[in-house]
Design a protein around this ligand. Structure first.
Ligand code: GDP
Length: 311
């Protein structure tokens, strides 16, 4: 199946959770009973819980036969390294900006890193239904922000959509058709975001650990993008530190893919896809999970050039 890997970047409260919910709903990624549970969940606590479940990790939606993996980006400077690793997993980004508030510090922080890894973001000006919306100024502010962050000409030429995540629509003009729902956003993602590189799928397996979780049933779960090769359950895997030392060798007990709000076990996954693997006891974020024959760890693309100290 064809794939796209994207990150969603937004300042807190600009509508990320709401938009992802609508993307899931409109792509039909909810199962029927899930949809009913969704409706039943009204309390704020449950909303919060659901928001965290979706956005702390990743989700995926299917659109016109293409699976779109969507990962969240923590916006805090405290998570700088994590943001870089997450952005290294994706080939595109949607920058969601409140049509009244405009770009905020968190938008700037993560966008700066996204531009440095070479992503060409899509801009979505959200909450256009707000009475105090000011989309024209906000678009100018976003353009200035890109320019101040040293965006390339290609990055500055970003596509823009306007809409309301809560209203379930995005359009190419601020007064555009609401009838299309989120189709313009889905279509733009398919068109603007490059397909992941699967050229290395016949090479040995390599993946950088990017998100670590403790799963009550499966134990340590590590999410990453498969850089090269392929994996199957029970396959032998070695974990390398950044300096090349071997942390452990073990076997993959389970491969999980993100499907809507759930995760589905996979019998096979290959280069380009973002998956979670269980079965390793020590491997963590920034380690390289690889075929036992591999001896060179992967190095996450450095975002800031290393400082050279002169003596
Ligand atoms: P997040 O922090 O970025 O995940 O933001 P949420 O999705 O939780 O939304 C924050 C607030 O903005 C909530 O109260 C939403 O109901 C509201 N919101 C989300 N989308 C829209 C929209 O399109 N228009 C308006 N007016 N409010 C919205």
């Amino acid at each position: 199946m064809k794939l796209r890997n994207i990150a969603i970047i937004a300042h807190v409260d600009h509508g990320k959770t709401t938009l992802v919910d609508k993307l899931l709903a409109q792509s039909g990624s909810f199962r029927e009973n899930q949809r009913q549970e969704e409706r039943a969940m009204d309390s704020n606590d449950l909303e919060k819980e659901r928001g965290i479940t979706i956005l702390a990790k990743a989700t995926s939606v299917e659109w016109k036969g293409v699976r779109v993996n969507i990962v969240d980006t923590p916006g805090h400077a405290d998570f700088g390294g994590e943001v870089e690793r997450i952005l290294n997993m994706v080939d595109g980004a949607v920058i969601l900006v409140d049509a009244s508030e405009g770009p905020m510090p968190q938008t700037k922080f993560v966008l700066g890193k996204a531009l440095k890894v070479g992503l060409k973001p899509i801009v979505a000006i959200n909450k256009i239904d707000r009475p105090d919306e000011r989309h024209e100024e906000v678009l100018n502010e976003i353009f200035d922000l890109f320019a101040n962050l040293d965006a390339t000409d290609e990055q500055l030429d970003f596509p823009v959509l306007y809409g309301s995540g809560r209203g379930g629509w995005m359009a190419t003009t601020p007064d555009g058709s609401r009838e299309d729902g989120l189709e313009p956003l889905f279509d733009l993602i398919l068109k603007h975001v490059p397909e992941p590189d699967t050229a290395g799928k016949d090479e040995p397996f390599k993946m950088i650990g990017t998100i670590l979780e403790a799963n009550p049933f499966l134990g340590r779960l590590i999410t990453g993008r498969i850089q090269s090769g392929s994996i199957k359950p029970n396959q032998a895997v070695k974990v390398l530190h950044g300096d090349g030392t071997i942390l452990e060798t073990g076997r993959i007990s389970k491969i999980l893919a993100f499907r809507g709000l759930e995760r589905t076990p996979l019998e096979y996954a290959e280069a380009g896809d973002i998956v979670a693997i269980a079965g390793l006891q020590k491997g963590t974020v920034a380690d390289t999970f690889c075929d036992p024959a591999v001896s060179e760890p992967l190095v996450a693309q450095p975002i800031d050039p290393p400082t050279v100290t002169m003596s």
